[in-house]
Design a protein around this ligand. Sequence first.
Ligand code: ZN
Ligand code: ZN
Length: 363
Amino acid sequence: MLIPAVTSTDRLSRLRERLAADGLDAAVLAKPENVRYVSGFAGSAGLAVVTGGDAALVVDFRYVEQAAAQAPAFERVQASGPLVETAAEVLRRLGVRRAGIEAEFLPVGTFRKLVAAAAPVVIEPVEGLDRIRWIKTPEEVEAIRRAQQVAEAAFRDVLPMIRPGAVERDVAVALEERLRRRGARASSFETIVASGPRAALPHGVASDRLIGPGECVTIDFGAVVDGYYSDCTRTLVTAPVSDRHREIYALVLAAQDAALAGLRPGLTGREADALARDLITRAGYGEAFGHSLGHGVGLAVHEGPTLSPREEAALAAGAVVTVEPGIYVPGWGGVRIEDMVVLTGDGCENLTTLPKDLIEVPA
Ligand code: ZN
Ligand code: ZN
């Protein structure tokens, strides 16, 4: 199925500004989300060649029609051999001197082929080109919101089956089926259903384990809708619920509330992370929160900016990020609560509407 074309003028300008800042006169983009971002083309194989005044999409026979429908602003160039060789011809035809490629993405072998084919055009790896996608347009925010709504509807569908005696994998399969039925092209990633001691694994994909009584059950899930991803985690507790369950759940929720209340443009990723981390550390669980507070979400489920103790870049309005503190106790279990927000002028708006009160699942 073809996806409607997007207006790419503004996005192309962002790329061109970045190229100018790096002293480059072109880019050859290969990463599918970047190609889609600048061109609208959603196929899995295609190279976008962008200069200050021109834009071409190099595709093979399989994608010519799709490229015409989705990337009308781009010249379509059909490759009969390796895409990089045709991209190299386009660079020379357009009189490019120095072209950038995505340093973190292009395989070394492909890079070498491009370098050899493009000479005398100089090919230069560029770090962090994905940054052009960090600030979302209002249309992108709405697409992410729609993905989250699909995910929430699917989660509500399967909520009754998350109880003692259910198999983690059955819950995950049902949730992914509901995501598809509700309109998602796919789930954002392999759905996480982690119960009992497995809930101490931040990325415990569903196993054959039976959910037991008196356990945390962490469900991390998302939907891909119109190319945009969502990401959400909820933790349920099966009866009997202990004081320790209540204490840890309340602490994670308080940490998330503090982050949601304090998150705003201008904070660095480190400062944003600290909004939640300081509270957890003061309560004595600092060692049990071993991952970053959040990450960007958009045409990929994990992108920049990150809310992390190691991130000194400042957050800007329009960024969509997760806020997902967690406490993981080996041998016992864990609690993570994850929402997705968009940064606004003076704070953030939560794109997640699922309730967060502790859900006690009866035996
Ligand atoms: Zn998640
Ligand atoms: Zn996440």
